[in-house]
Design a protein around this ligand. Structure first.
Ligand SMILES: [Zn+2]
Length: 372
């Protein structure tokens, strides 16, 4: 049965990620280095899409499990987290297409299957390049990390030399947290923003330029008015087909980020201070250029809630609270585009206040980076 499924799904063409919504901030000229995905199939078969959904969902479960059991700074964790974030995005986009075709939401059959099919692995290899030739072991020990700012962050190379931004939270005292929300603005941003404001948690929203149409600009304007930081994530995430910045030239990376920075400035009235690369993946050279040319402070995370890995807000809340209790502090990564994250973050901000934690100002990141 698994072989039949694999065969059927292998016949389906790769489907592009959803294009930026109409009226969004436009990239002026389409540079040759941005990949344009091939057009989707003319007609889609819901049954085949559902099989594809289950195939990707099965892989997501594998990466979730790997992420749960791996230390958060290990190469296995970083790889599983990046793959999981990407797969969740693909699944949500597939879910929307199934809904359009069938007129109803799709709940996958929770099969016992937990495997990464050849096709999913191939797609992930095309996106991240984790599984090609060359191993971390081939790289001399001293080349495995590049310090960006001593004691604050560095770029570590993991499998197949993929560079990850690794953040330190040594500058936070026990009980201090900084909450961050990525990949918006979206339909939940205003609610999350006002809930965090009410909870006394000034947060950072790392936004995508492709979502800064008129509605998106209004959403980030309100987030800024609520006292939060609106920061640069990317134009896309980070390319239109979901590849990280390593798929773009440094020049193109800077051009896109500069555009997003300008759109934030024109919306909220002041230029953003922070930058976080999608998936945490960026070369040390490009990151240094972002810091010097765009005057943005890089921000990674130290507590990955893995909010992409579940649809259950209860499970997400319990897991996040458990991680915070064990570690005692941290820079927390959430995504305000997921419904489970909207619900869990509302409980989290109350829990923090009731359990001796304090959400501190994101300005602390700037101070730590500048060595103040
Ligand atoms: Zn992201």
């Amino acid at each position: 049965m698994a072989r039949i499924t694999l065969l059927l799904t292998a016949l389906l063409p790769l489907l592009p990620l959803q294009a930026a919504s109409a009226g969004a901030l436009r990239l002026p000229a389409l540079p040759s280095s941005v990949e344009v995905p091939a057009a989707g199939p003319a007609e889609e078969n819901p049954g085949a899409l559902e099989l594809e959904y289950e195939e990707f969902y099965s892989a997501l479960r594998v990466y979730s499990e790997v992420a749960y059991v791996s230390p958060q700074d290990s190469p296995a964790f970083l790889e599983a987290s990046a793959a999981g974030q990407y797969l969740r995005g693909r699944l949500e986009e597939m879910g929307r297409r199934i809904e359009r075709l069938t007129g109803r939401g799709y709940a996958p059959v929770m099969s016992v299957r937990r495997e990464i099919s050849f096709r999913v692995r191939n797609e992930l290899d095309g996106v991240f390049g984790f599984y090609g030739y060359g191993a971390l072991e081939d790289r001399p020990e001293e080349d495995r990390g590049v310090v960006i700012k001593q004691g604050y962050c560095q770029v570590n190379y993991v499998k197949n030399n993929v560079p990850f931004l690794v953040q330190s939270d040594a500058f936070l005292r026990q009980g201090e947290v900084i909450l961050t929300f990525d990949d918006g603005p979206g339909q939940f941003t205003e609610e999350v923003s006002s809930t965090m404001k009410e909870g006394g948690a000034p947060s950072v929203f790392f936004v995508l330029g492709s979502k800064l149409g008129a509605a998106g600009k209004e959403r980030i304007r309100r987030a800024a008015a609520d006292g939060h930081e609106v920061a640069v994530h990317g134009y896309h995430h980070a390319t239109e087909s979901g590849k990280p910045f390593t798929a773009l030239s440094q020049e193109e990376t800077l051009r896109q980020l500069s555009l997003v920075r300008g759109a934030i400035k024109s919306s909220v009235g002041r230029r953003p201070d922070f930058f976080r690369p999608p998936y945490g993946i960026i070369s040390p050279e490009a990151l240094k250029a972002v810091i010097s040319d765009l005057e943005l402070v890089p921000v990674g995370w130290t507590i990955d809630t893995l909010d992409w890995s579940t649809k259950d807000p209860e499970e997400l809340f319990n897991r996040t609270v458990s991680m915070l209790s064990r570690r005692g502090k941290g820079i927390v990564l959430l995504h305000d585009v997921h419904d489970q994250s909207r619900l869990a973050s509302a409980r989290l901000v109350k829990w923090l206040a009731e359990n001796g934690f304090k959400a501190v100002s994101p300005e602390r990141l700037t101070q730590a980076f500048r060595g103040e």
